[in-house]
Design a protein around this ligand. Sequence first.
Ligand code: ADE
Length: 221
Amino acid sequence: MKIDVLTLFPNMFTNVLGESMLKIAQKKKKVKIRIHNLRDWTNDRHKTADDKPYGGGSGMVMKVEPICKALTDIARKKTRIILLTPKGKRFNQEMAKELSCEKHVVCIAGHYEGIDERVKGFVTDEVSIGDYILTGGEIPAMVIVDAITRLIPGVLGGEGSLNEESFEKGHLEYPQYTRPRVFQSVPVPEVLLSGDHKRIKNWRKKKAIKIKPACGQTGRR
Ligand code: ADE
């Protein structure tokens, strides 16, 4: 799978992509993630990617031309082109699963006070990671890249990791413990030391908390 990110702040991604599972997934060639600086698609001396809003008002607006040019170079007919915006559809696990089946995803990180509305004519999806306003779309893009990448077959080590996953079954994960057996007088539950797999399974099932459906929804998150 290929993921391209268009941003004015490419350095923000360096550490996130260079550590842990995202680093391994790229090394194993399960995913090819490329971060692009939108200023590379400007053609003035100052590499201007934003401008004052028509009609007045405070702040700057991201220009449509660099984004359009970048998409012309990077995207193909079937590419999913995602604009990160607080006005978008709320991102969830279902969306992550759907996107992880795509061959090519482009994320556009909006910034400053806004982005020229005409950019929306070039995107397939507008996505928000939650009902709060961040300073830009970079962190939301990282969230999406992470959530998608871990679902790509072969990325997660243990075979059981995804199958057992709580979200998929509408449960939250059961409590986990590792050594020491007793920490500050709090012991690991006896059942987990019993070696009785049937008992352990039942205990975990009981302990996994059911996810409450959000108001007016039907069990979906
Ligand atoms: N840009 C700023 N806030 C955002 C959010 N919550 N989701 C996606 N993009 C954003």
